[in-house]
Design a protein around this ligand. Structure first.
Ligand code: C2E
Ligand code: MG
Ligand code: MG
Ligand code: MG
Length: 282
């Protein structure tokens, strides 16, 4: 009896693993076509300073399949990474960022744009050449681009990573550590790398200011960034209380639903024109 159910258990487990694998393969196949089928879009989310003035925006990829289903990045980005599709996708994102920068600047809202760069993309042998080529082709200023990398990139091949970062920094690109504090990290990398910014992960912000541990982590990151001369962006700001707390504690830049949701460039442009007009009238 026990043996029988055990066998059934195993069979069930295997078939669900198989279903998972099939689902993943289907997603991978669909994702490979998504780019040419025009199913991918970029959304932008504003970053603001303590006075809620815009200081930049992050580009976030969106995939709406032909059947209308919106696939979340947390599902398709890992598939893009494991299949290698992240290389053409990442290249597309870079081009989108350069085009968006020109649109924003042309509308009177020049601002630095942040893009997420996956380790697999960053480690492509010709990554620096690709970036250089896109910059040349689009005539976008490298100094207006921030590459967000995660601590995962910083734990292996450290010397190669640092050398490559310096090469890109030489072009004018700035670097930000995304989801700071959530990955394994030997903090020694912080002084070896040409970094510009740390992004406090939203999991720490969620606990602020009510939870003492969350608050302690936020305080420590702010103090450390201050000592290292790094800019801080706190992400996932959802409440006025969180924003007030940060304004009273070092005033980092902020990004979150409280200020703006990720949205298409046209929506961002409209919102910027509106707040610009409101500021001018005030
Ligand atoms: P991330 O880079 O840390 O981006 C921030 C995520 O937090 C975004 O999720 C954003 O929509 C979400 N967010 C912003 N404000 C709030 C808030 O107030 N509350 C909450 N709960 N969430 C907020 P999204 O767009 O689903 O992206 C998830 C992750 O997927 C990103 O995390 C990033 O790691 C990855 N990703 C997205 N676009 C790209 C891309 O173009 N390339 C790469 N390599 N990764 C990307
Ligand atoms: Mg990011
Ligand atoms: Mg993040
Ligand atoms: Mg992330």
């Amino acid at each position: 009896e026990a043996k029988g159910s055990g066998r059934n258990g195993v069979a069930l487990f295997e078939s669900s693993m198989q279903a998972d694998a099939e689902r993943k393969l289907t997603l991978e196949r669909d994702l490979a076509l998504a780019l040419e089928n025009g199913e991918l879009a970029m959304h932008l989310q504003l970053q603001v300073d303590h006075a809620q003035a815009p200081v930049g925006a992050e580009l976030l990829m969106r995939w709406r399949r032909a059947d209308g289903v919106l696939v979340p990045p947390d599902v398709f980005i890992p598939i893009a990474e494991s299949s290698g599709l992240i290389v053409p996708l990442g290249n597309w994102v870079l081009r989108q960022a350069c085009a968006a920068w020109h649109r924003l600047a042309g509308a009177g809202h020049p601002m630095p744009l942040s893009i997420n760069v996956s380790p697999a993309q960053f480690r492509q042998p010709d990554f620096v050449d690709q970036v250089r080529a896109v910059l040349q082709e689009t005539a976008a200023p490298a100094g207006q681009l921030i590459f967000e990398v995660t601590e995962g990139l910083l734990v292996t091949d450290l010397d190669d990573t640092i050398a490559r970062m310096h090469e890109l920094a030489g072009l004018g690109i700035r670097f930000s550590v995304d989801d700071f504090g959530t990955g394994y990290s030997n903090l020694a990398y912080l002084k070896k790398m040409p970094l510009y910014e740390l992004k406090i992960d939203k999991s720490f912000i969620r606990d602020t200011p009510n939870d003492v541990n969350g608050t302690a982590i936020v305080q420590s990151i702010l103090a450390m960034a201050d000592h290292l001369g790094l800019r801080v962006v706190a992400e996932g700001i959802e409440t006025a209380q969180q924003a007030r707390y940060l304004a009273d504690n070092g005033s980092p830049c902020m990004q979150g639903y409280l200020f703006s949701r990720p949205a298409p460039l046209e929506d961002l442009l409209a919102a910027l024109d509106k707040t610009g007009a409101a500021r001018a009238a005030a």
